[in-house]
Design a protein around this ligand. Structure first.
Ligand code: ZN
Length: 168
């Protein structure tokens, strides 16, 4: 058993012993979804005040709206959420590379078959975090798969201070 898996087993044993919230409803009680980055330095539950059962938290590299679309449609159309809070962050890994770098790494480390399999996959890097927040919110606004009634806001979380700031 890896130390990662061992930690999961040990931690979950403690968690489950104290667990009392097994009767929550499936649809998020506060009817919203958070889209944020997978960055290990972000704790959305604590930093953004989310209680268990309140909201969907959709995470991917960069907190990217397009990448989250599948989950957002399920969240809104099947589980009744009516608001999206999109949070990117300072120091994001997506600021550090371009598509060619990621494609080069795949080809070099994994070989031609892997490179062929991913084709022209857009890794969705960005050069300016605030602009990327604006672009993603605008993209959601324009998407016909996101109802006009859905409330949208965009934020930057500072990994250096723990603070969020409003962008749009
Ligand atoms: Zn990030």
């Amino acid at each position: 058993m890896s130390s990662v898996v061992q930690n999961l087993v040990d931690s979950n044993k403690d968690y489950a012993e104290k667990f009392t919230q097994g009767s929550l409803a499936l649809p998020p009680a506060k009817k919203y979804a958070v889209v944020t980055c997978m960055d290990a330095r972000i704790d959305p539950i604590s930093a953004f005040g989310i209680s268990l059962g309140d909201a969907h938290v959709i995470r991917n590299a960069g907190g990217n709206a397009r990448d989250a679309l599948r989950s957002l449609i399920i969240s809104q159309q099947l589980l009744g959420t009516q608001e999206v809070v999109l949070v990117k962050h300072t120091g994001c890994g997506m600021l550090t590379f371009q598509n060619a770098d990621a494609h080069g790494a795949v080809k070099q480390n994994l070989g031609d078959a892997a490179a062929e399999e991913i084709g022209t996959l857009d890794f969705l890097p960005f050069g300016d975090v605030e602009q990327a927040v604006k672009d993603d919110v605008a993209w959601l606004q324009a998407s016909k798969a996101i109802p006009d009634s859905v409330r949208l806001s965009g934020w930057v979380y500072e990994v250096e201070t723990g603070k969020v700031r409003s962008v749009v």
